[in-house]
Design a protein around this ligand. Sequence first.
Ligand code: HEC
Length: 103
Amino acid sequence: MGRILKFLGIGVGVILGLLLLAIAGIFVNAQRQLGQRFDNPAQELTVDVTPERVARGQYLATAFPGCAGCHSSNAAANPPVLDGTLMADLAPLGTFYGPNLTP
Ligand code: HEC
């Protein structure tokens, strides 16, 4: 009886040890991946503002009514006013805003 209990104890100990090792490995790997840094410098971008481009932008922003759902304080306004709005306050996860798209 004592021998069986001893072997059982060793077996449980080995399993717990392996489990602990696996958890430590997952933790170390996660820390390594979360700590990665990437170079992604902001790009210089200049765009000439032409009446055609402004008209095209207005068309793209207003032709699809769905934009107002996240970007307007009054989604029912016609024509849409994309002045930005609070989308969701999911504290403590975060607060999400549809940004103001007007110039
Ligand atoms: C489901 C909600 C949702 C819809 C629908 C949506 N947007 Fe957005 N939009 C967002 C959110 C949220 C951001 C901010 C993202 C960020 O800050 O990373 C954003 C950002 C933007 C930006 C960048 C603004 C800035 O100042 O950087 C533009 C431009 C934009 N949206 C245009 C549009 C257009 C055009 C449409 C319709 C075709 C549209 N969005 C539909 C949620 C939405």
